[in-house]
Design a protein. Structure first.
Length: 71
């Protein structure tokens, strides 16, 4: 039973790590967009930032961020 509980905890932690790459996590100031500075939390996001920012606003909207592929 103890191993089962521990296994569930490990799996849940893994899902939490994946869920951490959601929009709200990056939008640290809560203004509804992700700036280049906020994107610095994730190397992959920084590398894709210019391609994701299709309107060249310097920020990612929720729609633009939805195309982000974490690697």
């Amino acid at each position: 039973m103890k191993k089962l509980v521990m296994s569930v905890f490990v799996i849940a932690s893994s899902f939490s790590a994946v869920a951490a790459d959601d929009f709200a996590t990056f939008d640290t100031d809560g203004n509804g967009s992700i700036s280049k500075d906020e994107a610095m939390q994730n190397v992959s996001l920084v590398h894709q930032f210019a391609d994701l920012d299709v309107d060249n606003s310097g920020e990612l909207s929720k729609e633009e961020f939805s195309k982000f592929k974490a690697s």
